[in-house]
Design a protein around this ligand. Sequence first.
Ligand SMILES: Cc1cc2nc3c(=O)[nH]c(=O)nc-3n(C[C@H](O)[C@H](O)[C@H](O)COP(=O)(O)OP(=O)(O)OC[C@H]3O[C@@H](n4cnc5c(N)ncnc54)[C@H](O)[C@@H]3O)c2cc1C
Length: 415
Amino acid sequence: MDQAQDHETGARVDVLIGGGGVAGLALAVALRQALGASFSVTLADPALDQSLSDPRASAIVAAAQRLFQAIGVWDAVAGEAQPILDMVVTDSRLTDAVRPVFLTFEGDAEPGQPFAHMVENAPLHAALLARARDTGVVLRTAGIADFAPSANGAEVSVGLTNGGRARARLLVAADGARSGLRERAGIPTRGWNYGQCAIVATVAHERDHGGRAEEHFLPAGPFAILPLKNRRCSIVWTEQADEAKRILALSEGDFHAELERRFGLHLGEIAAVGPRRAYPIGLWVARDFIAPRLALVGDAAHVIHPIAGQGLNMGLKDVAALAETVVDAARLGLDPGSAAVLERYQRWRRFDTMAMGVATDGLNRLFSNRSDILRLLRDVGLGLVDRLPRLKQVFIREAAGLVGDVPRLLKGEAL
Ligand SMILES: Cc1cc2nc3c(=O)[nH]c(=O)nc-3n(C[C@H](O)[C@H](O)[C@H](O)COP(=O)(O)OP(=O)(O)OC[C@H]3O[C@@H](n4cnc5c(N)ncnc54)[C@H](O)[C@@H]3O)c2cc1C
């Protein structure tokens, strides 16, 4: 595709990124934008020339929105981004006629800044790809097949799936949950599979959702209704893996009936539009986020339950932290792939990632079960939080990514 050189050029690049999902592309753009033409960035992904057939939409929290603004991508998706204006949480059985609301969140994370926007993955990816081209990222339609640090440790030598080769001072694994780069580096992951799948579909409805997101904790797991533009919602519907398989294979009429039992009729008549797909759910965190001349970002470093809509937002925190670390080093004339740079990145991101992994795992275990006692306890807890506006504001700011040691891009500052 485009000007990409699919054959070995012999030249060494500063950073080579394996994986052109949102995390890999955002990192490539951030680096080029900050460091300009004298800093070479190549991104390799075998799927670059295929249009993204991802039916998902992502909750992009305030901090991630600031990153997209800072790297010149937000304007391209802003028109289609639906602000989340409030959120309700319910906890009930599927057969309950009424779902009492236990917790509500409303208001902005900061004045004029909604805590999150819903953005569909396909246009976000397209906007990032266009921006990568504009900023001069070299795009190679090939996968990373193998790599090894050179004998003197000053660079990494990379083999591509199309037979090409490349050399880089830093290789970044942004190749997703089943990262081959992570595996090749011998980095183990810790975690488990939940035996659950998230069914994703887009639902059109009669009445306006008013920017409200809904999280219904049903016994099989959370059922989220997330507002999109044009009287549509994206649903993330958790079921045991076997049940998800059955639901996915239903005829349109039967699928509609199952959907309506969970979605309800509060937004009028509903209709599933576009494809439905199921994603296996697990929690995995890489033991290390770095290896010699290698850094892991995004799902290659961690996968969490989609219960809180934070997976990509965490990946973007990695991107912001790694970009800042590399840019600071490069500006001082230091080697962007040195052990000191990589260790700074790892220190910044590992603890935060563990904390989020534990939090989402706890939420899933607390809510994905049929115990009446646990149900009573969690409902008392939700009710208490609901009566404490200050605490709710703390949660909103935390979920919006505005708390802690926040990298500059997530504050909307240029690098
Ligand atoms: C149902 C569901 C709902 C979600 N909702 C949200 C949400 O609301 N908010 C949120 O923040 N997160 C959400 N997430 C998480 C989010 O979707 C992921 O965290 C995010 O897509 C990961 O992006 P990535 O760029 O790291 O990886 P990917 O998007 O997986 O990209 C990896 C890329 O690497 C490429 N690749 C693979 N192998 C190689 C190779 N050898 N060489 C080169 N390239 C390679 C692939 O072709 C691919 O393009 C959700 C997840 C699920 C399952």
